[in-house]
Design a protein around this ligand. Structure first.
Ligand code: NAP
Length: 283
């Protein structure tokens, strides 16, 4: 079928996730739950794709009936160069996690990680107010860039950032601007002073990794503390913050919320993020 033809009315939409490795991905369970719940005739498939095959795969998928895909490591940056259109937020973050294959054959790239991050906080800490005080972000990898974009967009006045490799936080400051303040990794505890929102965006604390250990003496019990790591759900960092009286929000909700815009575009229904979905993804 030529790329610019409308899809056949009997077309059953296909979507999926591309990455390498991909077996660990929870996205098939997540989208599968929504497809069953809403009785939608469609499929969501995990697909291992080698970097050298990425361009070829992206050309082939729409012809096979795919309406889009999620993108994970190691392709999140590379897909930007292969897309026909890129949202401002994906361009700013420098990575995409959601691709939409238009009926005219064009590939549209978006990044919904920052949206998922904020939506998780709004759902699980409804009185969270980003302008309440400075935010403190630990980490400067791909996920941290999405958090920076969304926190600045939410109106955070000062965003403090620290990273083991300092040059990466300097780089983020040079791209995202004057509201960022870089702290040295050795002084990370100092950036918690007066912080209203504290975020771990490193992989520390994941099952099988060392925990994130920061001196928490300066952490106010009024701060909201969240972690992008969701396995385990309550990381040692979250547990320490909770012991100081802070409200905590785990990272699973971010994963669930970042998936919703893609599902809506591909399958035509805005899905709900609720406890049933959490249970289905954790099973
Ligand atoms: P990434 O680009 O590889 O960045 C990893 C980050 O962790 C960097 O800041 C890195 O610091 C830091 N780090 C790793 N090992 C460290 C160590 N031993 N000591 C100090 N810092 C260390 O990964 P990413 O994509 O940003 O993901 C980060 C975490 O967020 C992962 O655990 C991922 O699963 C999670 N995540 C969750 C969601 C969600 O929906 N909840 C979405 C995206 C990501 P250096 O720069 O010094 O290496």
């Amino acid at each position: 079928m030529p790329d610019d033809q409308p899809r056949h009315p009997d077309h059953v939409p296909l979507a999926g996730v591309i990455g390498m490795p991909i077996a660990h991905s929870r996205s098939p369970r997540l989208h599968g739950h929504w497809l069953r719940r809403y009785g939608i005739a469609g499929h969501y498939i995990p697909m291992p794709v080698m970097p050298e095959h990425l361009a070829e795969v992206l050309r082939a998928l729409p012809r096979l009936g795919f309406v889009g895909v999620n993108v994970t490591i190691p392709h999140k940056e590379a897909v930007l160069a292969l897309a026909d259109t890129v949202t401002d937020r994906a361009a700013l973050i420098g990575a995409a996690n959601t691709l939409i294959f238009r009926p005219d054959g064009k590939i549209h790239a978006d990044n919904t990680d920052g949206y998922g991050f904020v939506a998780n906080l709004r759902q699980n800490a409804p009185d969270w107010w980003p302008k309440a005080g400075p935010a403190a972000l630990i980490g400067a990898g791909g996920a941290a860039r999405a958090v920076v974009a969304s926190l600045l967009d939410s109106g955070v006045g000062e965003l403090r950032i620290t990273n083991r490799t300092r040059i990466r936080s300097e780089q983020i400051k040079s791209e995202f601007g004057a509201r960022l303040v870089v702290y040295d990794w050795a002084q990370a505890g100092n950036m918690l002073e007066g912080a209203a929102t504290v975020v771990n965006a490193t992989s520390l604390g994941m099952d099988g990794k060392q925990p994130l250990r920061l001196p928490l003496d300066a952490l106010s019990p009024d701060a909201l503390v969240t972690d992008l790591v969701y396995a385990p759900l309550v990381t040692p960092f979250l547990r320490d913050a909770q012991a100081r009286g802070c409200r905590i929000v785990d990272g699973l909700g971010m994963l669930l919320h970042q998936a919703a815009p893609g599902f809506e575009c591909w399958f035509g229904r805005r899905p709900e993020v609720d406890d049933d979905l959490r249970r289905a993804v954790l099973e």
